[in-house]
Ligand binder design. Structure first.
Ligand code: COA
Length: 197
């Protein structure tokens, strides 16, 4: 284990913890060229029941993201979901509440590629395709929240043209039940807490 990992382990035992996410944003103000799908792949809208029946655990366990005010988009190889993205809007967006959202915003809440298909560009492709779908549906901007060390996911956002909007940090201490929370916009300006749609 690294020194940082050992220190974090000790801090957790003493009742401290933290959560730090990069907040990414994509403005949907203009149409962007839709990339072609590689042979053998198709994009489909999926619901939570279809996802819950997947033979892949990583896909199945994300079924709870579906339901009201959620859209699931999948890249399928024949009938197998190889990459899946869940987007929330409306009431679900308000519940996500990690940023100060505006009318017309939606959030990419989850993105997963099955392990044996990673590194082939699927996640980047689905983010590009769904951005265009969401724009056509009338959404103005998309957000996502990515764990600050999740390099593959940050890379996917960068490749798909998303911009960094800011960072959220929450710190748990043994002295207070509620965590301390901060939001920093890209240029270091603190963002007022509250958020929600
Ligand atoms: C994040 C995830 C969806 C990416 O899916 P994917 O289909 O492999 O993504 P892509 O192939 O489009 O792009 C992956 C990029 O990450 C890069 N990458 C992979 N591992 C990396 C690492 N450890 N450090 C830096 N970059 C890394 C790849 O090289 C590739 O970039 P490149 O095209 O410049 O080489 C997939 O890794 C996953 O399902 N992870 C687990 C779930 C998760 O963390 N989801 C995101 C939650 S916000």
């Amino acid at each position: 284990m690294s020194v940082a990992g050992a220190l974090l382990g000790r801090a957790r035992k003493a009742g401290f913890d933290y959560r730090c996410f990069r907040v990414m944003r994509l403005a949907l103000d203009r149409a962007s060229p839709v990339p072609a799908l590689p042979d053998g792949l198709r994009l489909a809208e999926v619901d939570e029941r279809t996802v819950a029946e997947s033979g892949d655990e990583e896909i199945r366990e994300s079924a709870w993201y579906g339901g009201r005010d959620a859209s699931g988009y999948a890249l399928l190889r024949t009938s197998r979901i190889v990459c899946l993205q869940w987007l929330w809007f409306g009431e679900r967006l308000r519940r996500a509440g990690f940023w100060r959202f505006a009318d017309g915003d939606a959030v990419s809440m989850h993105l997963v590629t099955v392990p044996d298909e990673r590194g082939r560009g699927h996640a980047t492709l689905i983010k590009r395709l769904t951005a265009e779908r969401m724009r056509e549906r009338g959404f103005a901007a998309l957000y996502s929240r990515i764990w600050w060390t999740n390099a593959p996911s940050l890379r996917v956002s960068e490749k798909a043209g998303w911009q960094r909007a800011g960072t959220t940090l929450s710190v748990v201490t043994p002295w207070r039940e509620a965590p301390f929370e901060w939001r920093f916009a890209r240029r270091g300006r603190p963002v007022a807490p509250g958020g929600g749609a």
